[in-house]
Ligand binder design. Structure first.
Ligand code: DLL
Length: 443
């Protein structure tokens, strides 16, 4: 297929009346929808009614954006404690779909969607994938699983809604994915970036020529896409790799997505999500542009309304004009979460800091794993790093010199001694969903 990604100027807008409205209009719409959500949550969910009453509030008290700050946050624990249906705002016979996110410990988070919620979700996905240059003529191949995870069904119905040919391959069976791309003329791949990288490698091993492939856009999300991984995928698969963000609790994918003009930010679908950025320690709302934790309130969700949900994802948001013409706010790519910080012998380390170091080392692949243990009684951080074929040799001296270079760079950046073990090309685990980069073996 000869179609090239659309240029910014001829990219169609999904809902220009809102996406290009003035900031004042956007904020006014958001306030009105927020007020409706507060009223809905308090009327239908006793838990919210009590929480607001404890804060001395009734829905009518929310008159301005400043008033919103008086509403208590909702935390993940509340969703766990109310498992499965405690926060549902409609009778269960009005719920037409359930999704869940497993997390690492305890009960899953369960969310329910009414028919209207599914329509709203479809809207969010349609506007988000259109930002990435996806058009009705595209053939969209799904490599997320169709299960309780929101990625598969969420993007499926949105792409279908836009008029795309949807190819519901699902995750796994990587060789078949490549065959389908070739045979069906797939133009858009939906996957986690980790799985996209794996599909790329398997294709290369099969002798598939990505440069000649019909594929032109990747719609990637569900996990951070570090710059090095993005660059690898773009150059090896010859596609435009776009990133989209979301989380089960507030809906799933469709919260924000990359446009063609602003490659390191994602436009928030602001008629469906109210955003705030807070300091995770003081819980104060931060001024625009500061890095902090993203707090989201879905503005049209009827099944399980959420007020001021603490996502734990760290980002910064700007309302500066964007080259694509949209006036909606943009969030910087999420690289880490406030709860994925490791404390090693008193030093704070985010996996994304390690990624940034690796990014600057030629020969370091995007595949790595951090293992933390304290077998000796002292915390120890070990990096298992896969090397790229161009630096892999039989020479122990050369490999050890490379290893020492990585140790030195990490010590310089993190102020911490990290043990580094090198893994041969192709020797580390590949993931079909979200990659797991950290293993904390401490008790
Ligand atoms: O991952 C929803 C989703 C599916 C988004 C497909 C995009 C595409 P959960 O499984 O609940 O939902 O995980 C949500 O994943 O709080 C972030 O920490 C992380 N995350 C999701 N998308 C991105 C992204 C889905 N584009 C959690 N960049 C979120 C960085 C992401 N992190």
């Amino acid at each position: 297929m000869s179609d090239q990604p659309l240029s910014v100027s001829d990219q169609p807008l999904f809902n220009p009346a809102f996406e290009c409205a003035s900031r004042e209009e956007i904020r006014a719409t958001q306030l009105r929808l927020f007020q409706e959500q507060v009223a809905w949550a308090c009327e239908r969910v006793p838990w919210y009614r009590e929480r607001l009453a404890d804060a001395g509030l009734v829905p009518g008290d929310i008159r301005t954006h400043e008033d919103i700050r008086r509403i208590p946050f909702t935390e993940k624990d509340a969703l766990r404690e109310q498992y499965p249906y405690g926060l549902f705002a409609v009778p269960l016979d009005e719920v037409v779909r359930l999704h869940a996110s497993s997390g690492t410990t305890g009960k899953p988070i369960v969310v329910g969607y009414t028919k209207d919620d599914l329509e709203e979700w479809r809207y969010c996905i349609m506007s988000m994938i259109q930002m990435a240059g996806v058009v009705a003529a595209d053939r969209v191949q799904m490599a997320f699983g169709y299960g309780m995870f929101t990625g598969g069904f969420g993007l499926h119905y949105g792409a279908e809604g836009l008029g795309c040919m949807m190819i519901p391959a699902g995750s796994g069976n990587t060789e078949r994915h490549i065959m389908m791309i070739e045979d069906y003329g797939t133009t858009v791949l939906v996957a986690t970036p980790s799985y996209a990288m794996h599909i790329c490698e398997v294709g290369e091993k099969m002798g598939y020529d990505w440069e000649r492939s019909s594929l032109r856009v990747g719609l990637f999300g569900g996990e951070p896409c570090p710059p090095k991984l993005k660059a690898e995928i773009e150059s090896r698969m010859h596609i435009l790799c776009t990133d989209n963000y979301g989380l089960t609790e507030v809906m799933g994918p469709g919260v924000s997505g990359e446009c063609l003009a602003s490659r390191d930010h994602q436009h928030i679908v602001e008629d469906h999500f109210y955003w705030e950025v807070i300091d995770p320690d003081t819980l104060e709302v931060l001024p625009e542009g500061s890095e902090g934790e993203l707090v989201l309130t879905p503005l049209a969700k009827k099944g399980v309304p959420l007020l001021r949900y603490r996502t734990r994802d760290l980002t910064r948001v700007t309302t500066a004009p964007c080259g694509c013409g949209r006036t909606t706010a943009r969030m910087a790519k999420v690289r880490h979460r406030s709860d994925d910080m490791l404390i090693i012998r008193g030093t704070n380390v985010y996996p994304s800091q390690v990624e940034d170091v690796l990014n600057g080392i030629a020969g370091a692949s995007p595949y790595y794993r951090l293992v933390v243990d304290n077998e000796t009684g002292l915390d120890r951080l070990t990096l298992l790093l896969e090397v790229q074929p161009q630096v892999f040799t039989d020479s122990f001296t050369e490999m050890d010199a490379f290893r020492k270079l990585v140790v030195d760079k990490l010590r310089g950046a993190l102020q911490l001694g990290v043990e580094v073990k090198l893994v041969e090309p192709g020797g580390s685990e590949r993931f079909m969903g979200k990659a797991k980069h950290v293993e904390d073996r401490r008790a």
